[in-house]
Design a protein around this ligand. Structure first.
Ligand SMILES: [Zn+2]
Length: 418
């Protein structure tokens, strides 16, 4: 390991994106199979979101799993064993559980399973792993309960983001987003009114205004899992015409959501909160980052944190981040989809971004074993890329080490005002 890679390995981390949700991370029933099912490795077996042409009864990550045995583990470990999602989780488990250092096999899975169950019944397991990963702070996206107070639920080392999907689909008291969240229930649960369209908009403003006091540090736009990301300018009257309809036309649904997304962008600028946006693979016909350019251009005072290097459209995203100076990049997930592409894209990002404040990183995971693997994977990739740039004479060691500290922690602290 080079000096730079060693330096990066010991750096503290501000983790800007996780899906630590109480029903999974606080569950005392987590076993080895659940670590696979409730992780990106699980996505190798089943996509947890439906396409417009599909329906689903239950989120496969949250549904009951079959009995834990070698037959139920094999599809992940052997049949999807080339996927980086699986490799990353195996590496995280292998470092935390010495018995699995050389892999999970038919002969060691039972003992490993016992150790996983026992750790997940220990209340401090989560924080023990976070400390080992040198993660000082976590920003979680608790999509199963978007308004939860992260400090009450997880402790002082957590903040959260508020997913806005349900609100952009909230034209009717019964309408729900792909996570089954309902805007009217969420707002009424906070004592906010949704009787008229005007009250609905006011309630959204009250919600945003109260976020900082509840340790909620950004709005999360994950609409790439519900619809296409073309957000067009829409009048209040056009949106109001959809209000109260049980099944508006596709155009009507889009118009309502377009208006609400603009409303949230305005509120983010007004109350100085950033907006995270999921880009890249999702409902893939509509999730190219360039679709978002008109929204970003309409809201120059809103700070957008664009996610996942928009895989597979990283170049489009980097071009946008050069042109629009209200864009920051959350590198999360890109390294897990393809570390090879990630290294290429990170090289280009270093060269094209206008300044060193722009990049941040997180795990984007459900259980801490996966988070642990992801942070280590990322640190080793960034170390490899920066070291190669130092060797090539692109910038000196001091610059590379400062930049690594910024990507892993300082940029996030500044950006979110933590
Ligand atoms: Zn995520």
């Amino acid at each position: 390991m080079s000096d730079l890679e060693e330096f990066i390995a010991q750096l503290p981390v501000c983790d800007v994106h996780e899906h630590h949700i109480p029903e999974l991370i606080h569950s005392s029933k987590v076993d080895l199979l659940k670590l696979f099912q409730q992780s990106y490795a699980g996505w190798t077996q089943e996509r947890p979101y439906p396409l417009p042409s599909e329906t689903r009864d239950v989120d496969p990550m949250l549904s009951d799993s079959p009995a834990t045995n070698w037959d139920s583990l094999k599809p992940y470990i052997e049949e999807s064993g080339s996927s980086m999602f699986v490799r990353n989780l195996l590496q995280g488990i292998g470092e935390l559980y010495p018995i699995a250092r050389d892999g999970i096999t038919k002969s060691n899975w039972q003992e490993l399973d016992q150790q996983v169950r026992s750790n997940h019944q220990t209340p401090d397991w989560r924080n023990t792993v976070l400390r080992r990963a040198k993660i000082e702070h976590v920003i979680t996206d608790p999509y199963s309960n978007p308004l939860l107070d992260p400090v009450e639920t997880f402790g002082k080392n957590y903040s959260s983001v508020v997913r806005m999907n349900a609100f952009a689909l909230g034209w009717h008291p019964q309408s729900r987003d792909h996570n089954e969240n309902n805007a009217h229930e969420l707002l009424e649960g906070q004592g906010l009114s949704t009787n008229t369209f005007e009250q609905y908009l006011e309630s959204l403003e009250t919600l945003v205004k109260s976020m900082r006091g509840k340790n909620q540090v950004a709005i999360k736009n994950a609409l790439a899992y519900d619809r296409f990301l073309h957000f067009d300018p829409t009048s209040r009257d056009q949106a109001k015409a959809i209000w109260g309809q049980a099944s508006p036309s596709a155009e009507g649904q889009k118009a309502f959501g377009d208006f609400i997304v603009d409303h949230f962008c305005d509120l983010c600028a007004q109350y100085e909160l950033p907006m995270q946006v999921h880009l890249g693979t999702a409902i893939i016909r509509g999730s190219n980052p360039m679709n978002l350019a008109p929204l970003i251009e309409r809201h120059p005072k809103t700070r957008f944190l664009l996610m996942h290097l928009a895989y597979p459209w990283s170049r489009e995203l980097l071009g946008m981040a050069f042109v629009y100076r209200n864009i920051w990049l959350d590198l999360t997930w890109a390294a897990l989809l393809s570390p090879s592409h990630f290294k290429l894209a990170l090289n280009e990002a270093l060269e094209v971004l206008p300044d060193d404040s722009r990049m941040m990183f997180g795990g984007d995971n459900w259980h801490v074993e996966e988070t642990f693997g992801t942070i280590n994977t990322f640190k080793s990739l960034i170390g490899e890329v920066l070291q190669a740039k130092v060797v090539a004479g692109y910038f000196p060691f001091d610059h590379a080490s400062r930049l690594a500290s910024r990507i892993l922690k300082d940029n996030a602290v500044d950006f979110f005002g933590l």
